[in-house]
Design a binder for this molecule. Structure first.
Ligand SMILES: NC(=O)C1=CN([C@@H]2O[C@H](COP(=O)(O)OP(=O)(O)OC[C@H]3O[C@@H](n4cnc5c(N)ncnc54)[C@H](OP(=O)(O)O)[C@@H]3O)[C@@H](O)[C@H]2O)C=CC1
Ligand SMILES: O=C(CO)[C@H](O)[C@H](O)COP(=O)(O)O
Length: 485
């Protein structure tokens, strides 16, 4: 009997997905470029299910039932193409190649089109949940053809996380749609982490609340409408003591955030599809600034922190009562900013669906993120409900009845927190830009009118008028009369 599926790429994610498949009763053929990893997996976990050890991709393909299903879980980019190039001549029409890594959706579109020509199915699948999720049930976002999902779906649904008995796995759209949805998930993940970071920084810098004490605050917040995996693990990271120094671990970690690309792609794609994903983009830039350590050092030397500002902030927020009020303000600012990042994520999904011809269903996508993935949060169940009412899809999530009241309720606190951050010089780029997004959406008039006037002045770019249809230009360098063009 052949194996049900082959997995190539047995680093943390591939190894755990393979184990998850085997634990769920599938016969799994294993392959890794470095054979020692295959052996390590079989030695440690071989008793968890049925594994077939292979040393080459040819052996892997040979060991599979038809139509063959090969899941690639290697480093995104060139390695995926290298594996596909080696696999393709070994496969037959109707076989399925699955790329479950964090591949760039445009590459998935290219690979899918290319392999379709050769009679193969190529399925780009977004997988989220990290190491633990891959093993015990991740959130799975498959793209590719609907036909391939018929063969693959039951298997993926079986190993996925479940929420109220529903699998967090559903076909989301053709070609690169799965990887696009995963990319947006990661963009939101960046924003989620950045708003948590800003809340931590403000509590510490302005109210003097130390990490261990903040762990309790985050644990408390996890019982509110902020309840989520990332809030939960924040308390664990904050209470961790460094073995070597006895200091809070967070104080000995270098303050330069890494990034592998998905956040940057989200920001770029937002610009391309014309969706203002300011909160998400600002989160990516926050990581970029953190990594410019040399520049930060030089700047700090030129503009030292205002010691007096910090002292007055401590006087203001340091007393027990004002501290409590400030912490509650920060919680509200965090929640409102988080809502904005989800609103932007879904807005760009809507725009991308139209751009790429994907029938992305926002309700389904929200449902997939309710469990298993890194951004899982109670909020996603509410978002799912916001998209449930047929014919009443909100133009923007902030306008859904589920959230309008929440935003109004958080608003005064959100403004106070942003004002405090600016007054005392604590960077809060995402709290601020999320508030600016909200204010921009609700503004009666934007200064874009002046921008249009300036564009017309220097480049004859024309403008439209509020009081009559048509396109107009003022003869700025002549007699300044207006002409319709
Ligand atoms: N880590 C995480 O939390 C998550 C990761 N992902 C994505 O899943 C994928 C796998 O991630 P992860 O498990 O962390 O592993 P890595 O991204 O670190 O990739 C390591 C794997 O890629 C293989 N590999 C690298 N280059 C090649 C090549 N040229 N040819 C063949 N194989 C190659 C390695 O083989 P060898 O052992 O021989 O070096 C190894 O199996 C990535 O796309 C990642 O972005 C998705 C969700 C969460
Ligand atoms: O996909 C993931 C989680 O959902 C991966 O952990 C990814 O590496 C996170 O992105 P980055 O490394 O850029 O923070």
């Amino acid at each position: 009997m052949g194996a049900d599926i082959g997995v190539t790429g047995l680093a943390v994610m591939g190894a755990n997905l393979a184990r998850n498949l085997a634990r769920n009763g599938f016969r799994v053929a294993l392959h890794n470029r470095t054979v020692a990893k295959t052996d390590a997996l079989i030695n440690s976990y071989g008793s968890e299910g049925e594994f077939v050890r292979t040393e080459t991709l040819a052996e892997l393909v040979e060991s599979l039932e038809r139509p063959r299903r090969v899941l690639i879980m290697v480093k995104a980019g060139g390695p995926v193409d290298a594996v596909i190039d080696e696999l393709t001549p070994l496969l037959d029409a109707g076989d399925i190649i699955i790329d479950a890594g964090n591949s760039f959706y445009e590459e998935t579109r290219r690979r899918e089109a290319d392999l379709r020509q050769k009679g193969l199915h190529f399925v780009g699948v977004g997988v989220s949940g990290g190491e633990e999720g891959a093993l015990n049930g991740p959130s799975i976002m498959p793209g590719g053809s609907q036909e391939s999902y018929q063969s693959l779906g039951p298997m993926l649904e079986k190993i996925a996380a479940s929420y109220n008995g529903e699998p967090c796995c559903a076909w989301v759209g053709t070609d690169g749609a799965g990887h696009y949805v995963k990319m947006v998930h990661n963009g939101i993940e960046y924003a989620d982490m950045q708003v948590i970071g800003e809340a931590y920084d403000l509590m510490r810098s302005l109210a003097g609340i130390e990490p261990a004490q903040q762990a309790k605050v985050f644990r408390e917040w996890n019982t509110t409408d902020l309840a989520s995996y990332l809030i939960e693990i924040t308390s664990e990271v904050l209470e961790q003591e460094d073995e070597l120094t006895g200091r809070p671990l967070v104080d000995v970690i270098v303050d330069a955030a890494g990034q592998k690309g998905t956040g940057r792609w989200t920001a770029i794609s937002g610009l391309e599809v014309g969706s203002a994903v300011t909160t998400i983009a600002e989160s990516v830039f926050a990581r970029s600034i953190s990594s410019q350590r040399e520049l930060r050092k030089i700047t700090r030397d030129v503009f030292p922190a205002g010691v007096n500002q910090a002292v007055s902030a401590q006087e203001f927020y340091g007393t027990k009562e004002s501290q409590q009020d400030f912490v509650e303000d920060i919680r509200k600012a965090l929640y409102a900013s988080k809502l904005v990042s989800y609103a932007q994520g879904f807005d760009m999904l809507t725009a991308a669906g139209a751009e790429y011809g994907w029938s992305l269903d926002m309700r389904t996508i929200a449902s997939l993120w309710r469990a298993g993935c890194i951004i899982r949060a109670d909020l996603l169940d509410t978002i799912m409900r916001a998209y449930e009412t047929e014919g009443e899809t909100p133009a923007n999530l902030l306008l859904a009845p589920e959230f309008t009241e929440a935003i109004s309720e958080c608003l005064p606190a959100w403004r106070r927190v942003v004002a405090a951050a600016a007054t005392y010089g604590v960077p809060a780029p995402v709290f601020s830009s999320s508030l600016a997004y909200y204010d921009s959406l609700r503004a009666d008039r934007l200064p874009a009118a002046l921008t249009q006037g300036l564009r017309d002045y220097f480049g004859a770019h024309t403008y439209q008028r509020i009081d009559k249809p048509g396109t107009f230009h003022t003869r700025w360098s002549e007699d300044r009369t207006e002409t319709e063009v």
